[in-house]
Design a protein around this ligand. Structure first.
Ligand code: AHG
Ligand code: MN
Ligand code: MN
Length: 332
């Protein structure tokens, strides 16, 4: 079998397809290297004393896990010195992290959720890292304002899943590719290209404990699925909820499905649960690149104009025909 490493894949994308610059290639290689380091830290677990709480809250008022803080630091340190970035922003930091003056600066902005699904860390269930890359607008200082760009402007997005295997899923706006970490070699190897999400599915993912808070269109949609063969859909549907967005989205990438964290009475004030710039946008980009769809219920996620760095939004994404049905229920 001919093995294509992430490095070779990126060099060929740059050389033959001209879809990335050498600085963007470096950026992706550095993020991938950071994900390897995060994967190693997670893999050691209690042996390295990395489980449990960090004893502090992040900017969103959520209790940080030790591994939230460690993953954030790994990504910051890895990306500071390469000269490819103007600034970074993270779920775990209130404000963008500027590149220190002792290092050269580049033209890209990197956003990340360093550890997604961190409530699953202590129970040994899959977690991940989500990232998104934007260009810093010309002549603009890399402050919060520079990051407030719609998802359609992403140059690259990806996620790592730290599961039974560590995977890196990547889009450069030219389809979706999956790389598996070869732990002996320490390198990511291309294991799936041009991934496509089936347009139809019989599987859905939603935290059903929020049922009583949902809006009527979501209630109607889920009720119809639950009614199964005897209901209006005339078919039985299966449900899965990992509570790590990366793991739920990855399942959908592999075999189809619909993921929903919709607007509900509980999160209405905040605008939703998931964060637009480093959760919803990168996942929406990947899902669309794989032939799926991503909406808030009312609008295509990638077209939202962000108002602030940590903005939250409703998220409904996955198999196209199901996502479009939920959007139609919202419109009706
Ligand atoms: P994070 O760990 O980065 O804060 O994200 C957790 C998110 C997402 O991964 C997951 O889909 C969702 O929160 C789970 O929410 P519930 O606990 O409400 O099910
Ligand atoms: Mn998250
Ligand atoms: Mn997180």
């Amino acid at each position: 079998m001919r093995r294509i490493s992430l490095s070779r894949f990126l060099i060929e994308e740059q050389r033959n397809k001209h879809v990335i610059s050498s600085e963007l290639r470096l950026l992706i290689e550095v993020v991938a290297r950071a994900c390897k380091a995060i994967s190693i830290a997670i893999g050691k677990g209690a042996l390295a004393d990395v489980l449990g709480g960090a004893g502090a809250d992040n900017v969103q008022g959520e209790a940080q896990k030790k591994l939230d803080v460690i993953s954030n630091e790994i990504l910051l340190e890895a990306n500071e010195w390469g000269g490819h970035l103007a600034a970074m922003a993270s779920e775990e930091m209130e404000l963008p992290h500027p590149i220190p003056n002792r290092y050269p600066k580049g033209e890209y902005l990197l956003l990340f959720d360093p550890l997604d699904g961190s409530s699953n860390i202590d129970i040994n269930v899959s977690v991940g890292t989500i990232f998104s890359v934007l260009q810093c607008p010309e002549g603009m200082a890399p402050t919060e304002q520079a990051f407030l760009q719609s998802g359609t402007r992403q140059l690259c997005a990806g996620y790592a899943v730290y599961g039974p295997t560590t995977l890196l899923v990547l889009t450069l706006g030219d389809g979706v590719n999956v790389f598996t970490l070869d732990r002996e070699l320490g390198s990511f190897v291309l294991t799936q290209s041009a991934v496509k999400i089936p347009a139809d599915t019989r599987e859905f993912a939603i935290n059903a404990s929020n049922n009583r808070h949902w809006e009527p269109p979501v209630k109607r949609y889920v009720d119809e699925l639950l009614a199964g063969k005897d209901g209006p859909r005339g078919s039985d549907f299966n449900m899965r909820w990992v509570a790590s967005m990366v793991a739920d989205v990855h399942r959908i990438l592999c075999r189809g499905g619909i993921f929903m964290y919709p607007l509900d009475a509980k999160t209405r004030e905040k605008g939703g649960k998931l964060r637009l710039l480093y959760e919803a946008n990168p996942m929406a980009f990947i899902v669309e690149q794989a032939g799926g769809a991503a909406t808030t219920g009312r609008q295509r996620i990638l077209e939202l104009e962000p108002a602030n760095l940590h903005q939250r939004v409703p998220v409904i994404l996955g198999s196209k025909n199901e996502v479009e049905r939920v959007a139609a229920y919202h419109a009706g």
